[in-house]
Design a protein around this ligand. Structure first.
Ligand SMILES: CC(C)(COP(=O)(O)OP(=O)(O)OC[C@H]1O[C@@H](n2cnc3c(N)ncnc32)[C@H](O)[C@@H]1OP(=O)(O)O)[C@@H](O)C(=O)NCCC(=O)NCCS
Length: 235
């Protein structure tokens, strides 16, 4: 499925600490993210669009995470929500198409919703921010992202992806000339996110879960469209 255009140069990936947006911090995934990611990857309404089955046991998520951590070239970031005082309020909500019972009974989501909705107490530097999603490059130049349903519809995926793209093009400098994202024809939210960030539709075939929609963002289009974005860790 990967249709990378390569040039002769193969620059080594550059290390990244974290990417800060107005409302979020994207930082490299860690082994201790397993519980938060299980909370995400066990949700049918999230995994439906990934073509993977939901994880039913924590050890499945741990195995997935270990494989990701063993691929240093393929970046994956945990999306952490900044405290509400830093970002303006986010009214975390349960989407109508989600399973309210499963969401409300999930301690990780309950904690994340509470953290987003409640006035923020003074925070120490060690306070753990709620992890609300994942964004990264699962393979080659392909970009993917998942967000907790309680946080859908607030522009967070768009904000995260927009902040990630300068890093993507820096990371693959001299290698890939475009980013690729695949989604399903019926995934209106993801399609909209990609369009808002500047991806163009290049292929659409089939329907339902058998369908495939391919979006590209060309490096030159990105460079023409976007002025440089300052992100933490930039030299
Ligand atoms: C895709 C996903 C990350 C979007 O997250 P999000 O934070 O809600 O996205 P945003 O709020 O930034 O943008 C969503 C946009 O889609 C729109 N939208 C939502 N549902 C839609 C639908 N069914 N049809 C068309 N547009 C839709 C929203 O109105 C919004 O557009 P707007 O800002 O112009 O109003 C989230 O829905 C998710 O995790 N889905 C499950 C996993 C997934 O599909 N991952 C992508 C695989 S390619």
């Amino acid at each position: 499925m990967d249709t990378a255009t390569t040039s002769s140069s193969t620059a080594a990936p550059q290390p990244v600490d974290e990417i800060r947006t107005r409302r979020m911090v994207l930082r490299p995934i860690r082994k201790d993210d397993a519980h938060d990611f299980f909370s995400l990857r066990s949700r049918p309404e999230v995994m439906y669009y990934t073509l993977s089955e939901p994880d039913t046991e924590l050890r499945q998520t741990e195995t997935w995470l270990a494989e990701r951590l063993a691929q240093p070239d393929y970046w994956s970031f945990a999306i952490e929500l900044l405290p509400s005082t830093d970002q303006g309020p986010i009214r975390a909500s349960v989407p109508s198409h989600g399973s309210q019972d499963s969401i409300n009974s999930d301690p990780a989501v309950v904690a994340a919703v509470a953290a987003a909705a409640a006035p923020s107490p003074p925070r120490s530097p060690t306070t753990k921010r709620p992890v609300i999603g994942i964004l990264g490059i699962p393979r080659q130049n392909q970009i993917g992202y998942l967000l907790q349903p309680a946080f859908w519809g607030h522009g967070l995926a768009t904000e995260a992806l927009r902040a990630f793209m300068p890093r993507f093009f820096a990371h693959v400098a001299g290698s890939y000339e475009h980013a690729v994202a695949f989604t399903l024809p019926g995934n209106g939210a993801s399609r909209k996110v990609l369009e808002k960030v500047g991806f163009r539709l290049v292929k659409e075939e089939g329907s339902g879960r058998d369908g495939n929609v391919e979006f590209h963002l060309e490096r030159k289009d990105w460079e023409e469209k976007e002025s440089p974005v300052m992100v933490m860790g930039d030299a």
